[in-house]
Design a protein around this ligand. Structure first.
Ligand code: TYM
Length: 341
């Protein structure tokens, strides 16, 4: 099956488990904003059903879902241009997720590195949902027949699994029904690293708050975290090749490039030869200039949660215009009896 048989449609999601950080912004949300103008339809989702694969306090989950919606909108995702939803308001995600639980193979799921990382030595005691997580993720995407999925680098394996599920479904039922989705993993910041360790991904689960910049951090906190970010003793190189073997330097340069919307080569043409004492204040000024308006707008939007709820309710209605017919057709293909229409 060729991609061209499907209308380009973008879908992506983020877990509302709190602590939206610079990695989420540069690796995902910033790309969501540009992509909403590049295709006719884009759907962005707070994946609350995914979030509860690990324990979430119900009050926190509600707060974090609204805060993530505020983060999307404050970053430039327009509810007029994109469909903005929380996953649980569109039941077809979970319904198609069940069908995909019956398509995906145990062996495929057991290979998922994110499950292995999250379960760690505790694999017997994690939820069944955490294991099945990638099948629901495939359903999120395919229940829209989405063709393009912007994500950070850590989601690559899950998107390969999505393609495997679509291929197996199409093959088993002898149809060309689900598209073979393209991951969109692009830009200088597809993998933003910890500010404390350039070999570790920036993550909300890192116990050190100094390892990440949160989207709700104020200007002083951002400046302090960048000032304290781990670096090496050398000056910055003038070409990207000179960043090899220097993970912390590479990370800060990548962050600068992504925030400024320029290439790493352009950054280094400017700052090559400078030491970190000179570069860090430049990075910190840029980060504050780009992020402060977003955190300010998030706080403003959060002062009217009812408006956020209205946006999500409208998004769910628009989403279901797409998902209901796709799920019905899937049920027909699988052989589920339903009332004649
Ligand atoms: P989540 O919530 O862990 O992360 C949301 C997005 O942020 C990206 N990201 C990063 N990018 C660069 N550097 C980092 N340090 C960094 N940390 C996180 C992630 O790659 C992701 O794009 N499984 C997904 C949520 C999901 C989803 C989907 C995504 C559920 N269904 C369908 C796409 C399509 C997740 O846990 O993302």
């Amino acid at each position: 099956m060729t991609q061209s048989t499907f209308t380009p449609r973008v879908f992506s999601g983020i877990q509302p488990s709190g602590g939206l950080h610079l990695g989420n912004y540069l690796g995902a949300i910033k790309r969501f904003v540009t992509m909403q103008d590049e295709v006719a339809q884009s759907i962005y989702c707070m994946v609350d059903l995914h979030a509860i694969t690990v324990w979430q306090d119900p009050k926190d989950l509600q707060h974090n879902t609204r805060e993530l919606a505020a983060g999307f909108i404050a970053s430039g995702i327009s509810p007029e241009k994109s469909i903005l939803i929380n996953q649980s308001q569109v039941p077809e995600h979970a319904q198609l997720g069940w069908i995909f639980n019956c398509v995906a193979r145990m062996g495929w799921m057991q290979r998922m590195t994110q499950f292995k990382d999250k379960a760690g030595k505790n694999a017997q005691n994690v939820s069944l949902g955490l294991f099945g997580y990638p099948a629901l993720m495939a359903a999120d995407i395919l229940v829209y027949h989405a063709t393009h999925v912007p994500v950070g680098d850590d989601q690559k394996q899950h998107l390969e699994l999505t393609r495997d599920i679509a291929t197996k479904f199409n093959h088993d039922y002898g149809v060309d029904f689900f598209p073979i989705t393209e991951p969109v993993i692009e830009g200088a910041a597809t993998r933003v690293m910890s500010l404390r360790d350039g070999d570790k991904k920036m993550s909300k689960s890192d116990p050190s708050d100094a390892s990440r910049i949160n989207m709700t951090d104020d200007a002083d906190t951002i400046a302090k975290k960048i000032r304290k970010a781990k670096t090496d003793a050398d000056a910055l190189p003038s070409e990207a090749k000179g960043l090899e073997g220097r993970p912390e330097a590479r990370n800060l340069v990548n962050i600068y490039a992504a925030l400024a919307d320029i290439s790493v080569d352009q950054v280094l043409a400017d700052v090559g030869g400078k030491n970190f004492g000179a570069f860090k204040p430049m990075l910190s000024d840029l980060a504050v200039a780009k992020l402060s308006p977003i955190s300010g707008e998030m706080a403003r939007l959060m002062s009217d949660p009812a408006e956020i709820d209205r946006i999500l309710a409208k998004g769910a209605q628009q989403a279901r215009e797409i998902t209901v017919p796709i799920l019905q057709k899937t049920y027909d293909i699988v052989g589920m009896v339903r009332p004649a229409v």
